[in-house]
Design a protein around this ligand. Structure first.
Ligand code: ATP
Ligand code: MG
Ligand code: MG
Length: 138
């Protein structure tokens, strides 16, 4: 039913639950799974050497988040990971279009502090604009 699933991962407890569910679905349907993580864009006004330093810091942090994701993925045969420059929702939507995925899996909330909210801003944006079904995991 699902040929290509995209998992949006920010390392949060919700995203970890989403990852486990995405893995189960990918196993069940023999789907390809692509995991994306977006890091916050770096402002252009930072001059050198601060710009390079800021980029390194963010990509290193993003790689750590990806390692965490990989650990949750186990031995799935068709997995790809992609680190993208954010904002997260835009990066997720772009990756979903480029890869022509037929399902996006993400948490209802992420690392944000407003735990009273039902939906985080990124999941809300993706749900609003996605061209394919979105599975929000709580
Ligand atoms: P907010 O960011 O609006 O303060 P929040 O952090 O609680 O609130 P979201 O950021 O919308 O909520 O997170 C919901 C889900 O979106 C996460 O569980 C994760 O699946 C995905 N997500 C959030 N940020 C990223 C990111 N930087 N890269 C990839 N996926 C992300
Ligand atoms: Mg946010
Ligand atoms: Mg967030």
């Amino acid at each position: 039913m699902f040929k290509n699933i995209l998992l949006a991962f920010d390392g949060s407890a919700h995203a970890q639950k989403a990852a486990r569910l995405a893995v189960d679905l990918a196993r069940q349907y023999g789907s390809g799974l692509c995991v994306v993580h977006a890091y916050e864009p770096i402002p252009d006004y930072l001059g050198e050497p601060f710009l390079q330093e800021a980029i390194s810091k963010r990509t290193e942090a993003a790689d750590l988040v990806m390692e965490q994701a990989r650990a949750l993925l186990g031995e799935l045969p068709q997995v790809e990971t992609e680190v993208l420059e954010g904002p997260a929702a835009e990066a997720i939507l772009r990756a979903a279009d480029v890869r022509k995925v037929d399902l996006i899996v993400m948490g209802t909330r992420g690392l944000g502090q407003l735990s009273g909210l039902l939906l985080g801003s990124q999941s809300q944006k993706v749900l609003t604009h996605a061209q394919c079904p979105v599975l929000l995991v709580r």
